[in-house]
Design a protein around this ligand. Structure first.
Ligand SMILES: C[S@@+](CC[C@H](N)C(=O)[O-])C[C@H]1O[C@@H](n2cnc3c(N)ncnc32)[C@H](O)[C@@H]1O
Length: 241
């Protein structure tokens, strides 16, 4: 089975072809990169780099998906769609439809706007009732907005001195690296855009369930202990017509 993991970042699977333009993949794919990676990456970043497994493809998805028509059984992307400019979403979906065989599965994971808004409103009400502290409320606004307005990439902002300067100079800001959210999705607008672009059988699922055979074993949406990799996500599957 050919399963593509688009915009994989460091969340790769041996069961998938993992595609991203991120530096981590470039480092992992070349002998020189593997040599310098231990000097560049520390702590949690290094652990994520070391854990990367499976086939890795460095590619800018704005240039399409490097597969022939109807040759792929399933396409998965997690926390990628919200990073794509809204005007480019139809082209991205058309590319996924093109590479999927008829009946192939398209699995999408995005931050769930509905959940975030409900949490925001619930906290606002709790503050009004005096059941939650007003000074903690801003974290709900943060959840809604921070990743859309962020200037510096998150990993880089945690670095110090010369390393931070070098990363910003070489790699650019959060927007240039594709790290900022360009849109937000919920179960209604995601279903609508999928249907509009030729996908059928659109269903909301969860991190464990999928039409893709052996999904839990891919390790993409859940950790080895069975916990959800990205809590607060919306999981949707659709079929290529
Ligand atoms: C929030 S991360 C999600 C990573 C991973 N899928 C996960 O769930 O942890 C978004 C990923 O999309 C990738 N990405 C954004 N724009 C891209 C593009 N044009 N081509 C390839 N990858 C892209 C970024 O490099 C980043 O790794």
């Amino acid at each position: 089975m050919t399963l593509l993991n688009l915009g994989c970042g460091t969340r790769t699977s041996p069961s998938a072809v993992n595609i991203d333009w991120a530096v981590a993949l470039r480092l992992k794919r070349s002998r020189l990169g593997r040599g310098v990676a231990p000097l560049l990456l520390r702590g949690e970043r290094r652990a994520r780099y070391d854990a990367m497994a499976g086939e890795l493809v460095c590619h800018d998805l704005r240039r399409g998906i490097p597969y022939d028509d109807g040759t792929v059984d399933a396409v998965y992307h997690s926390h990628v769609l919200e990073h794509i400019d809204r005007a480019a979403v139809p082209g991205f979906l058309a590319e996924i439809r093109r590479v999927l065989r008829p009946g192939g599965v398209h699995r999408i994971v995005v931050p769930d706007l509905e959940l975030e808004v409900r949490r925001y409103l619930a906290d606002l009400d709790a503050v009004d009732r005096g059941e939650a502290a007003a000074d903690g409320h801003d974290r709900f606004v943060h959840g809604l907005l921070e990743q859309s307005v962020r200037r510096e990439a998150a990993g880089t902002s945690a670095q110090r001195g010369a390393r931070r300067w070098l990363e910003n100079t070489l790699l650019g800001d959060a927007r240039r690296r594709g790290e900022t959210h360009q849109w937000m999705w919920d179960r209604v607008n995601l279903r609508a855009v999928l249907t509009e672009h030729g996908f059928t059988d659109v269903d909301v699922v969860d991190h464990r369930t999928s039409r893709i055979p052996g999904w839990p074993e891919t390790g993409l949406d859940q950790e080895p202990d069975g916990t959800e990799y990205r809590p607060g996500s919306l999981y949707v599957e659709a079929v290529a017509g």
